[in-house]
Design a binder for this molecule. Structure first.
Ligand code: ADP
Length: 447
């Protein structure tokens, strides 16, 4: 690392000296400023290339290599040094990495300059060869120095590492070398025309980034879907087995009244669990397909919450209590009654489910600033700060260790958020691990 950093610093100092003593003209300075600006932009917004395993690729090399061919090694080293320092300092990279990257870029661009000076013909072919050789020199120095540092720090042999790097970066190199040739040839025709090339390059880079972003999201969704199918089938199997077992017991054995009641209770609880899973999947698929119309009307939020609580109380486990606290009087709310009920059912269900040791669950309703606010508060497991946004994402569940094995599909809160948004409201959570959670949502008051 030290040789690269110090070699780079020496190269930069020599380049600065050589550049200053050469006394560049105004036109040269203007051309260099344009290339430097382009290199900074390209370094700041690297382009992900599908199928390339080394992450996003910076196209800054194209402009550095072009500088080397057009203006020589010294300006190329300075452009490389300045471009990387501006971007790395703005990204607040650790100083050691900053100095190393500066060294790497300076040495690679020095090599590009030397390679370019080898090709002396000023015709189209000569320029193309110069740009290609400069690109190749930049790439090889960059890759070999990087491989040397990695191999040294992990006590491995250099050659296999260098081969690996060359192999991984061959596609970006080919793209950049051809762009460099294009840029240099156009610059030879007219620098202004060459600068016009920047616009389509930026457009391609932005498009490529957005495509990559969408691809990443699709892959993530695909992974989550696979996970969901596995979880949902497991989730369905467990209550089904319990209901089946209880039904067989009820049918075949002479049971006393108490045992019979407990079997019926089991069937009741487990069928509810099954119904919740199936309902969640149906709601989520309807939301996904955009088939869900919204019928906003004047609703009595307190009456609705009362019904939801009455149902939930019927299957409340021992040690848990459930109460409704409504300020007096609560105005009517502008909502789709069926959706509002679903949101309340899911939040109350979660409050019960994630309070495995029982505790008080309170549903509060009041109004302020033209909104009716509903809150479901529990004394359950709680949610870490870092997860409080993401639990509303589709399929997102906390680490099983944090939820003591409580099962679920990760769809409930996603459905709540989407439904509340469709009813022109908002939903949020306040929670502390070990103390409990408070899920609140508010909807407009009905006129
Ligand atoms: P699930 O079917 O897993 O319950 P949800 O979308 O309803 O899916 O909830 C997502 C995650 O948020 C849950 O897996 C759980 O980790 C966490 N969570 C939801 N409600 C609560 C709550 N009241 N207390 C603690 N954690 C909760």
């Amino acid at each position: 690392m030290v040789p690269v950093a110090s070699g780079g610093l020496v190269a930069t100092a020599a380049a600065a000296w050589s550049f200053a003593t050469a006394g560049p003209s105004g036109a040269t300075l203007a051309g260099l400023a344009a290339l430097l600006a382009a290199a900074v932009l390209a370094e700041a917004f690297p382009v992900p290339i599908e199928g390339v395993a080394v992450g996003a690729t910076s196209l800054a090399n194209v402009f550095i290599v072009a500088t080397a061919v057009i203006y020589g090694w010294a300006p190329a080293v300075l452009v490389a040094f300045l471009a990387i320092s501006v971007v790395e300092i703005a990204r607040r990279r650790p100083p050691i990495r900053l100095i190393f990257n500066m060294g790497l870029y300076s040495l690679a661009s020095g090599a590009a300059g030397l390679a370019a000076s080898g090709a002396t013909d000023e015709d189209l072919l000569g320029l193309s060869i110069a740009a290609f050789s400069a690109s190749a020199a930049f790439w090889l120095v960059d890759v070999i120095l990087l491989a040397a540092v990695v191999a040294r720090s992990s006590d491995e042999r250099l050659v296999p590492y260098a081969w690996h790097y060359v192999f991984w970066t061959a596609i970006p190199f080919a793209i950049m070398a051809s762009l460099a040739v294009l840029l240099v040839v156009l610059w030879d025709l007219s620098p202004l025309i060459a600068l016009v090339l920047i616009a389509p390059m930026v457009a391609i880079a932005l498009y490529q980034r957005s495509v990559q972003h969408s691809l990443d999201r699709l892959r993530e969704l695909d992974r989550l879907k696979d996970e969901f199918v596995a979880v949902a089938s497991h989730e369905l199997r467990t209550p089904l087995a319990a209901v089946y077992g209880a039904a067989i017991t009820l049918r075949h054995q002479d049971l006393d009244a108490k045992a019979r009641d407990s079997m019926l209770d089991l069937i009741f609880q487990e069928s509810h669990r099954l119904a919740r899973i199936v309902n969640d999947v149906l709601w989520a698929s309807q939301l996904e397909s955009g088939r869900l119309g919204t019928n906003i009307e004047k609703c009595d939020g307190v009456e609705l919450a009362d019904e939801v609580l009455a149902e939930a109380k019927a299957r409340l486990p021992d040690g848990a209590s459930l109460e409704l606290v409504a300020s007096d009087p609560v105005p009517a709310v502008a909502a789709d009654a069926e959706k509002l009920r679903r949101v309340l059912v899911n939040l109350v269900d979660n409050a019960v489910k994630y309070s495995p040791d029982g505790g008080r669950i309170r549903v509060e309703i009041d109004s302020a600033n033209g909104h009716v606010r509903f809150a479901v508060q529990d004394e359950g497991l709680g949610i870490p700060d870092s997860e409080q946004e993401r639990i509303f994402d589709k399929f997102h569940r906390l680490d099983p260790n944090l939820q003591r094995g409580v099962s679920g599909t990760g769809l409930g809160l996603y459905i709540c958020r989407e439904l509340v948004l469709q009813m022109n409201g908002r939903i949020w959570v306040e929670s502390k691990v070990g103390t409990g959670s408070r899920f609140s949502f508010e909807l407009p008051v009905a006129d």
